[in-house]
Write a protein that binds this ligand. Structure first.
Ligand SMILES: Nc1ncnc2c1ncn2[C@@H]1O[C@H](COP(=O)(O)OP(=O)(O)OP(=O)(O)O)[C@@H](O)[C@H]1O
Ligand SMILES: O=C(O)[C@H](O)COP(=O)(O)O
Length: 405
């Protein structure tokens, strides 16, 4: 069912109105705690500028990282507020509170045309539990909810799904923001009838969640390339040694079934780069995947895998890439991701549709220097995968239906 859109609301209806915006400002931070990649911040500016120019009072919500339902200074949105203010070119007030008196007072005194960013929604345990009581408090900050958090649309959380029902119950409205609208349009159009070969590349560290959509993805693609920490769980399923590598043992059975079902459509690395520690000065060794030792940590794909994967990618007409091939943040483990990023960009230069998704993946494309050669960089990692796999996204489902539909 098509959803109600911010772009369809007359700007007069926004003047002076209290609008709660949920963005996905979950960006990678450097060790010094500064924003390491601002892709998601820049992508969120369009809706905010639209609202500011229309004279709305904007209460902005987001999560950052995965704090466990309690405050964690390392996951504060303070550094994000600074970067957002310069991206937006107008003041962004940050208050380190979400549901307390300080937040309520800041919301009450918010002037038209101003943006107030509240603290990380995941500092409250009710957020990931989609607690209706938390949703009601957040909904009380306005009478229009704009969901622009495409990257978090696959989560049924209080600030994504619960708030939409709560604001509607209170007589308000819940609509999709400009970024959400654009993502749905783009991913929907580009991938509705993909030109073949259609190759998907999956990597990264969020194994559960992403591996769960592989089953739905497999019948849609011609090849599924798996790298990053995700590959380690498949190695375990093949009975291989993975040493101290990041794995999810409770997904091994699922990986075994996927290997059977995928046959030669599923491509795994045949060699890997390992180290004793994942550190900037690590001594890196290349090993065949069957020769990984108990003390090793797998931190990147190996050179032979790079060559095989890159050849597949260069021959593709539609590419979806989600998750880096290794710990690309550290120079010694960057090679696989950078090589594949260049292959994806070459394919796009040759006319293939190349869509990249995910916060860290966007950062990886920047590191590889290929961002501006790709067809579309989606702000959603897991969300774009679930969308692509044909699953309903709770953050979108919860929005009002379009009246003209
Ligand atoms: N072999 C590996 N071992 C440990 N970490 C890895 C490995 N390969 C990749 N990673 C890590 O995976 C992380 C990115 O994974 P993630 O699944 O979060 O991707 P993403 O693009 O941010 O998608 P999303 O937006 O869904 O989070 C990076 O920080 C990278 O260091
Ligand atoms: O980075 C993402 O994929 C989104 O911000 C959602 O984060 P999550 O996987 O921690 O829910």
């Amino acid at each position: 069912m098509p959803k109600a859109l911010l772009s369809a609301l007359p700007t007069d209806a926004l003047k002076g109105r209290r609008v709660v915006v949920r963005a996905d400002l979950n960006v990678p931070l450097s060790e010094a705690g500064e924003v390491a990649d601002d892709t998601r911040i820049q992508a969120s500016v369009a809706s905010l500028r639209h609202l500011v120019e229309a004279g709305a009072r904007v209460v902005l919500l987001s999560h950052l990282g995965r704090p466990k339902g309690r405050p964690d200074p390392a996951a504060s949105l303070a550094p994000v507020a600074r970067v957002l203010q310069s991206a937006l070119g107008s003041p962004v007030r940050f208050v380190p509170d979400l549901v307390g008196d300080e937040a309520a007072a800041a919301v009450a005194s918010l002037e038209p045309g101003r943006v107030l960013l509240l603290e990380n929604t995941r500092f409250e345990a009710g957020e990931t539990a989609d607690d209706p009581a938390l949703a009601r408090v957040l909904a009380g900050y306005g009478d229009l909810f704009v969901n622009d958090a495409f990257g978090t649309a696959h989560r049924a959380h209080a600030s994504t799904a619960g708030i939409a029902s709560a604001i509607r119950a209170a007589g308000g409205r819940a609509v999709a923001g400009l970024l959400l609208e654009r993502e749905l349009q783009f991913l929907g159009d580009a991938l509705a009838d993909p030109e073949r070969p259609f190759v998907a590349i999956l990597g990264g560290a969020k194994i559960s969640g992403k591996i769960d959509v592989v089953e739905a993805l497999l019948p849609r693609v011609d090849r599924l390339i798996v790298g990053g920490a995700m590959a380690n769980t498949f190695f375990l399923a093949l009975g291989l040694e993975v040493g101290h590598s990041l794995v999810e043992p409770d997904r091994v059975e699922m990986a075994r079934e996927l290997l059977e079902r995928g046959g030669d459509r599923l491509l795994l690395p045949i060699d890997v780069r390992v180290a004793d520690e994942i550190a900037p000065d690590a001594e890196v060794r290349v090993r065949a995947r069957a020769e990984v030792r108990p003390g090793d940590r797998i931190a990147d794909i190996g050179p032979e895998s790079e060559a095989i994967f890159a050849a597949e990618i260069r021959g593709a007409r539609t590419l979806v890439w989600n998750g880096p091939m290794g710990v690309f943040e550290l120079e010694p483990f960057r090679g696989g991701t950078v090589q594949l990023a260049h292959a994806v960009a070459d394919a796009a230069d040759g006319g293939a549709t190349a869509v990249l998704g995910g916060g860290d993946s966007a950062a990886a494309a920047e590191v590889a220097g290929v961002s501006d050669r790709l067809t579309h960089i989606s702000t959603g990692g897991g969300a774009s995968l679930e969308f692509l796999a044909g699953e309903a996204l709770p953050g979108i489902e919860a929005l009002d239906e379009r009246e003209d539909a």
